[in-house]
Design a protein around this ligand. Structure first.
Ligand SMILES: *[C@@H]1O[C@H](CO)[C@@H](O)[C@H](O)[C@H]1NC(C)=O
Ligand SMILES: *[C@@H]1O[C@H](CO)[C@@H](O)[C@H](O)[C@H]1NC(C)=O
Ligand SMILES: *[C@@H]1O[C@H](CO)[C@@H](O)[C@H](O)[C@H]1NC(C)=O
Length: 441
């Protein structure tokens, strides 16, 4: 008995020691070698896109992102893409569901946006119904001529999934600004920091920026903003796929695609914001949508929504503030900003009166859920009404790097609205510049 008990004791002890050794040896390795569970279950093919721009195999088209969108009857999914207009062929959607791979070929509805400005590539929505009994997680497209999904096929994750039961979730943001495209060696650091801090003072919670390229200094500033969470950088390597145009008109500027894909990114940003932001502002980084009767965007929108409950698109008039020499006494210089690349928007306090007899562009404040397709100065397809906001209520302070025709001084009007925020703006700009290591004085 004693011997058997001893043997048993030895056995148990060795097993315990063995287990301890195995666990200690393997534990650190496990964390490193096994990736975090992410993406579709193993039943589905394994290649899902982690890029912002994904070429669609065997076509000339590019895919950007897929969103759940059930606002149009009979359709569930909207895939935003960039399609070559002269080679659009019938396509089928395939779905990866939570617990199976659906083999149903779903014919796709392909909707080119009407704004193409003559370029060969255009923003295109591909819409599909989800097959029955499928909780779809990923989607892919195949030309009609292809019958089988290759194991190499790239799948897009479906975003804006409704969380079951909790339809009315609390929105994460009140205001999101979408900055369509950053390209070239753009280096207006001071204006960028001032504008972002002005947005923040006005109540903006998130700024989404599509980045093809920018200067190293600006990149540092944006990296620091994005660590903090105020800015969301979306890589936009459109120049690796197409020859994007720097202009807006094909006959004049050439290239494959309007203005580095601005129309695609604006639409993508609206869908990205749809389930998380009450309002979306579509404007450029040299523009500030400025309330003139309220101290922030929320009080402004509360008033406008009360007056126009069925309106989902608010058009804001553009006012240009060109650079002209300031009289010395007009503004105290900010010595710290010496040496920071870019210009000081607080010095731009004379504005041109817009000529309303000619076409005069607006920018937009939208409720994302009321927009189906957008352009730069207007919404192309909307579920709600539009309203032109009077300029004395809200207008755009647009401080461009240069203006096509030199300003006529007699026709300019002094407008120092920005100075109302000066006391808060200057210290917060200093803080972000210092944080990014861009203050040298
Ligand atoms: C693209 O198509 C080719 C030919 O059909 C195939 O060999 C390749 O694996 C496909 N690649 C992807 C990413 O689907
Ligand atoms: C949105 O605005 C409301 C009302 O002004 C405010 O109570 C709320 O905290 C804001 N939400 C965010 C995310 O800032
Ligand atoms: C912007 O894009 C360029 C080019 O890809 C990259 O080098 C840079 O790091 C990006 N900047 C940020 C802040 O994401």
């Amino acid at each position: 008995m004693a011997i058997q008990q001893f043997k048993f004791f030895c056995l148990i002890t060795s097993i315990v020691i063995y287990i301890i050794i195995i666990t200690t040896l393997r534990a650190p390795g496990i964390n490193k070698s096994v990736p975090k569970p992410w993406g579709p279950p193993r039943i589905c093919p394994v290649h899902f896109s982690e890029q912002t721009i994904t070429p669609l195999n065997n076509t000339k088209h590019l895919l950007v992102s897929a969103y759940m969108d059930q606002r149009v009857n009979g359709l569930d999914i909207r895939i935003i893409g960039i399609f070559r207009r002269d080679s659009i062929q019938p396509l089928h959607c395939f779905f990866c569901c939570v617990d199976h791979l659906s083999r149903t070929r779903i014919p796709a509805t392909i909707l080119q946006h009407s704004d193409n400005f003559g370029f060969p590539f255009v923003t295109t929505d591909v819409m599909c119904q989800i097959p029955q009994n499928c909780k779809a997680t990923h989607v892919t497209l195949l030309p009609q001529s292809e019958k089988v999904i290759s194991p190499e096929q790239i799948w897009l994750p479906i975003r804006n999934q409704k969380t079951n039961g909790k339809e009315k979730r609390k929105l994460q943001f009140n205001f999101t600004v979408c900055i369509s495209n950053l390209f070239g060696d753009y280096n207006n650091v001071l204006q960028f920091a001032q504008t972002l801090e002005m947005y923040r003072l006005l109540g903006v919670d998130r700024v989404v920026i599509y980045n093809t390229s920018c200067s190293p200094d600006l990149s540092r500033l944006l990296q620091s903003y994005s660590q903090e969470g105020f800015v969301e950088m979306v890589p936009w390597p459109i120049d690796q796929h197409l020859n994007p145009s720097r202009g807006w008109l094909h006959s004049k500027h050439g290239g494959d695609l309007h203005y580095f894909g601005q129309l695609t990114t604006l639409n993508e940003c609206i869908y990205r914001s749809m389930d998380r932001s009450r309002y979306v502002l579509l404007n450029d980084i040299d523009e500030i949508i400025m309330p003139y009767q309220h101290n922030g965007l929320m009080p402004l929108m509360n008033m406008l929504k009360q007056q126009h409950p069925n309106t989902g698109v608010f058009l804001i008039e553009n006012h240009i503030f060109p650079k002209i020499p300031l009289k010395e006494s007009e503004l105290d210089p900010v010595p710290q900003w010496k040496g920071v690349p870019g210009f000081n928007i607080l010095e731009h306090i004379y504005k041109e009166e817009p000529n309303r007899n000619i076409y005069h562009p607006h920018k937009l404040i939208v409720q994302p859920r009321s927009v189906e397709q957008t352009s730069v100065h207007e919404v192309i397809k909307t579920f709600g009404q539009m309203f032109k906001v009077p300029p004395d209520v809200c207008r755009i302070i647009h401080s461009p790097i240069s203006v096509p025709t030199p300003p006529v001084l007699e026709k300019l009007h002094k407008d120092t609205r920005l100075w109302d925020f000066r006391e808060k703006l200057i210290p917060s700009v200093n803080t972000v510049l210092r944080r990014a290591g861009l203050l040298h004085y």
